[in-house]
Design a protein around this ligand. Structure first.
Ligand SMILES: [Fe+2]
Ligand SMILES: [Fe+2]
Length: 251
């Protein structure tokens, strides 16, 4: 397929997720995913070494890692497409990779697991709201919506793995909540930064006007009240204490 116009420029793609702001939000998450998933994979692999290797949780952890590797490959390609559209995605990806590697080198395995479980919780909460009828994902068929639906379903289905590992390794409530707050702040900062970068570039090159972006953001706040409410409730659910079990998986 030739994507170039007669003057050699790559033509603008339509906003695949109905509005500019919802498209930017999911594209912004995609930027975080290859490095974020690498972090989670490496933590789950290390944590799973503490388990009886024939336990259900060890088996679930192996499946979890295989799924995350597949997501990682898919989002690397997705991000390459964003780069081709003119967004400076690889620059962000490298910075996130470096930040996470440096955080990982300084933290104990328990702290790393608390951080990874927090990322997984936030991802699963967003995934549930993305997938619901009238949720944050467009019902229109596109490569992006198909990829996100597949990814979101697997996130919802495997979220219990990191929670089970938290229980199995006995992560204290305070440590779990501390890293949850840190993960939430980090994700919110990075996603908003990328959304801002995408919008600024598109406004500069007249793919969209500043007014259209503002109106799309306003509509998200006003018309997606239920989705935003569900996000808040799901996020807050992390403050509930975990039920004690699964310690039988430990060596
Ligand atoms: Fe994933
Ligand atoms: Fe995941």
């Amino acid at each position: 397929m030739n994507n170039q116009t007669h003057d050699g420029a790559v033509p603008f793609q339509p906003f695949w997720n109905d509005t500019p702001i919802k498209t930017y939000l999911f594209d912004a998450f995609s930027v975080l995913l290859p490095a974020g998933e690498q972090f989670v994979i490496s933590v789950v692999e290390s944590a799973a070494l503490q388990l009886q290797q024939r336990s259900t949780l060890a088996e679930d952890s192996r499946r979890f890692v295989a799924e995350e590797r597949a997501h990682q490959r898919a989002h690397r390609l997705y991000n390459q497409q964003l780069e081709k559209q003119g967004f400076e995605v690889s620059k962000y990806e490298i910075a996130i990779e470096k930040d996470l590697a440096s955080v990982q080198s300084k933290l104990s395995l328990k702290a790393q697991l608390a951080l990874a479980a927090a990322f997984e919780h936030v991802t699963a909460v967003i995934s549930r709201v993305a997938l619901r009828q009238g949720g944050l994902l467009s019902t229109a068929e596109s490569t992006q919506t198909r990829l996100w639906r597949w990814h979101c379903r697997e996130e919802v289905a495997h979220q219990h793995v990191t929670t089970d590992l938290l229980r199995a390794l006995g992560i204290p409530y305070r440590q779990r909540i501390f890293w949850f707050m840190a993960a939430s702040a980090l994700l919110a900062f990075d996603v908003l930064r990328h959304v801002h970068g995408f919008a600024r570039l598109d406004i500069q090159r007249r793919r969209v006007s500043a007014g259209q972006v503002r109106r799309a953001a306003g509509r998200l706040l006003l018309r997606d009240g239920m989705n935003l409410g569900l996000l808040a409730v799901g996020w807050g659910g992390y403050f509930l204490p975990l039920k004690a079990d699964a310690t039988a998986n430990c060596q």
